[in-house]
Structures are given as structure tokens and as C-alpha cells.
Design a protein around this ligand. Structure first.
Ligand SMILES: *Cc1c(COP(=O)(O)O)cnc(C)c1O
Length: 414
């Protein structure tokens, strides 16, 4: 056994303690699998939808069926699911640029947005091509004690406010992740203040964590990445948008061109991977959540601060652990890398990643490049040396990788 006796003892203890939480996660996965299967039957998904297409790809029944299926699963009027979205950021930016016009105002209700969205908005300065450069105004409501400042939502929504952005996951901040109940309350409050204000949810990392999605509880439109939860670990690339008919239509004119929208775009990847991916997504998301629960439990026992804690209600698949030193952060990532299926012989090194202030270290031995639904970890080399752990296509792999990370830290001392 490559792991110390003490670690293996703690592993058994943690698995016993988190058993009730693991059962809850299984129950959500089962409910969501039923939801997906019902939608697949209603949409009459068949093998004929798995073909690739070429050129303009008019009448690509696979592409159209995938849009219909996502819309049904997410309780939305319409969806746009495309491998032509290069990432989650691209899908989110397509919503913003598709809907907002010069003079409109966008308000973030969840404080500072995810790093890559800041460049899209033109957050610090009007970055080339940003919303700000096009004359779209931006402001934000800072979070208070890690929570949305609910009482002050009415103060930031004005005549000019066309859209609010609500980021479900904490991303790499230490604020609380939003639950579906939180999103329901926030969107209700926004629509009470201004009924035509568009509630846009950044749903990255949130899909299938609960049995409802934002578009089923008041969000007008949402977007996310296919190399996170909804791709089930096998979608090779892509993103999705789902929401109100007219809003998704506007976004589709930005993805392709005005007048063309969702009526063309070849299925270059094998569509089966996207259908099978969304079928697997509830289960795979559950595997990732179970891994996060195990990591929270184990590292709490080892004396570290974890966020969320194993007993907290979860809104995404991310687990933060405060490691406290650069050595431990690097050892953690080396341990994760060692027990990865790809590039396991390599040792991760901190590097200057474009757009980030501090050096970043990451462990990512994934089949799909950068896929964070696969077991992976990263963190910036700065106080308090948090590592962010996410994903895991199988719970078994997550357990082994987390033990590997803990062992690598233990080995630092001798
Ligand atoms: C992952 C993520 C994004 C998009 O990131 P990509 O790497 O472009 O897919 C946006 N917002 C949040 C909260 C995310 O977690």
C-alpha cells in the first residue's frame, strides 16, 4: 500500500462519517437521471441523431435534437448546445454580447465575477473588445460575509439595468456558493423590483448538484461549459446556453451571424458523445461531489480548514482546502498528478499563467484538456495557500487521488 497506516485508518473513519451525505448525493443523482431519461424519451432521442455533419449543416437533426433535449432537461424554452463554443467563458460572453446594447447596464449581484469574465466585461479597464468598449455599463453589488447582499438589491437596479448576472459557483473566491433556493429568492426579488430585468445565471459547476436548475426557478437565461458537469466527462469540448426563447435567439445571432442563428453549424464532434455525456452527467457530477465530501472530511481530520465543510450544503463541485504553505500546496498537486490517468509521470510546477497576478500550480492529468469535471486541483501561490480541488469521473479515483495528496504532504516531514 502506498499510503500510511494512519491515512488508511482516517479514510475508513471519514467514509463512515460521511455515509449519510453520500446517500443524499446518490438520491440526487437518481432523481436527475430520471429527469434526463424522461426528457430523452419525450424528445425521442435515437441513433439517427448521433451522426456528424458538414458545411452549413442545414437540417442537422442531431444538433437540433440536442438543443431540444437540453431545453427539456433544464426546463427552458430553448437551448443552444454547441462544440463551436470554445469554453464556458465563450458561451457566457455570447449571452452578454447577444443581448446587451450600448447604454444598457449589467449588474453583478454576486460581487466580483470569475476571472475570465472580468476581461469580457472590461472590469479594470476597457479591455479590447470588452462590453465596456461597446458602451455597456457595469456595476456590482459586493457580497457581505460571503453572501449576496439581498437587502440592497433594490439599490443597484435602476432604469438602465437591462440584466443582472448571478454567478452560482464561488469560482476561486471564498464566498458561499448559491443554492437553487438562493437563486429562486434572488430572481424573485429582481423581478419584483423590475419585472423585465433579465436574470442571467453563470451556471458553471452547478449543473445537477440539485434536482432543479436556475431556469426552473426564475432565471431568464443561463450558460455553462460542456467540459464541466453537463458533458459527463466525455464531451470533447463546447458550451451551452438555455433560457427564454427570444433571449436564446439573440445569443444565437451572436454565436453565428444575425439572421442565421441556430440554423447552421456542423456537428463536427461525434454527437453521441454529447448525448451520452448529458446522460452520464448526473452520475458523474455525483462522483465529483462525493470526492469533494471525502476531501473535506479527510483534510478536516488532518487539521486543515476546509470550505465547504463536509456537513455544509453544496452548490457546486469545488472543494477548497487551506494548506498554509507553498510546499504543501505543491506537494498536494504532485500527489493528485501522480494518481492521474494521464501524464502521471510528470511533476507539476508553478507557472505565470496569463491574466493572473501570482504563480499558479495545477495538477491536471485529464483525458480532455483542462476538463475540470475530471479529477484536478490548482491554486495560486499566495497566502493562505488554498488548493481548489474539483471533479472526479469515479469516486474511487477521487479517494485514491486525495489520499495521494495527503500522503505527499505527510512525506514532506520526512
Ligand atoms: C469555469 C467557469 C467559467 C468559465 O470558464 P471556462 O474555463 O472558460 O470554461 C465561468 N464562470 C465560472 C464560475 C466558472 O467556474
Amino acid at each position: 500500500m502506498p499510503f500510511s497506516k494512519e491515512l488508511l485508518r482516517l479514510k475508513d473513519e471519514v467514509l463512515k462519517e460521511i455515509q449519510p451525505m453520500l446517500s443524499d448525493v446518490d438520491a440526487v443523482a437518481e432523481a436527475n437521471t430520471l429527469k434526463v431519461l424522461d426528457a430523452m424519451r419525450e424528445c425521442k432521442v435515437a441513433a439517427a441523431h448521433f451522426n456528424q455533419s458538414t458545411g452549413y449543416a442545414y437540417d442537422d437533426i442531431g444538433r437540433q435534437k440536442l438543443d431540444e433535449l437540453y431545453a427539456k432537461i433544464f426546463g427552458a424554452e430553448r437551448a443552444l448546445v454547441r462544440t463551436q463554443f470554445v469554453s464556458g467563458t465563450h458561451a457566457l460572453a455570447t449571452v452578454l454580447f447577444g443581448i446587451l446594447r450600448p447604454g444598457d447596464e449589467l449588474v453583478s449581484l454576486t460581487g466580483k465575477p470569475y476571472d475570465t469574465m472580468q476581461t469580457v466585461i472590461g472590469y479594470e479597464e476597457p479591455s479590447p473588445g470588452s462590453l465596456k468598449e461597446f458602451g455597456v455599463l457595469y456595476r456590482e453589488l459586493p457580497t457581505v460575509d460571503g453572501k449576496v447582499d439581498f437587502e440592497h438589491i433594490r439599490d443597484v437596479i435602476t432604469d438602465k439595468t437591462k440584466m443582472v448576472e448571478i454567478q452560482r459557483s464561488r469560482g476561486y473566491s471564498m464566498r458561499d456558493t448559491l443554492t437553487i433556493a438562493d437563486i429562486e429568492a434572488i430572481t424573485a426579488e429582481v423581478h419584483r423590483i423590475k419585472p423585465d430585468c433579465i436574470c442571467f445565471v453563470d451556471n458553471c459547476y452547478g449543473e445537477f448538484i440539485e434536482t432543479k436548475e436556475p431556469t426552473q426557478v426564475g432565471a431568464d437565461i443561463m450558460a455553462g461549459s460542456l467540459i464541466k458537469n453537463p458533458g459527463g466527462g466525455i464531451a470533447p469540448t463546447g458550451g451551452y446556453i438555455a433560457g427564454k426563447d427570444k433571449l436564446v435567439e439573440l445569443a444565437s445571432y451572436r454565436l453565428t451571424a444575425p439572421g442565421m442563428g441556430d440554423e447552421l453549424g456542423a456537428s463536427l464532434a461525434n454527437n453521441r458523445l454529447l448525448f451520452q455525456g448529458i446522460f452520464l452527467a448526473p452520475h458523474v457530477t455525483a462522483q465529483a461531489v462525493k470526492g469533494a465530501l471525502f476531501a473535506a472530511g479527510l483534510f478536516a481530520k488532518l487539521g486543515y480548514k476546509t470550505l465547504p465543510r463536509e456537513t455544509d450544503k453544496r452548490g457546486d463541485i469545488i472543494q477548497a482546502i487551506e494548506l498554509g504553505s507553498a510546499d504543501k500546496l505543491c506537494a498536494f498537486c504532485a500527489g493528485v498528478q501522480k494518481y492521474s490517468p494521464v501524464d502521471s509521470y510528470a511533476t507539476p510546477e508553478p507557472w505565470d499563467m496569463p491574466g493572473y497576478e501570482d504563480k499558479i500550480i495545477m495538477a491536471a492529468g485529464t483525458f480532455v484538456q483542462g476538463a475540470s469535471i475530471e479529477f484536478s486541483a490548482d491554486g495560486p501561490l499566495r497566502e493562505p495557500y488554498n488548493v481548489y480541488l474539483q471533479g472526479g469521473l469515479t469516486f474511487e479515483h477521487a479517494i485514491i487521488g486525495i489520499l495521494g495528496a495527503a500522503q505527499a504532504i505527510e512525506d514532506l516531514n520526512g
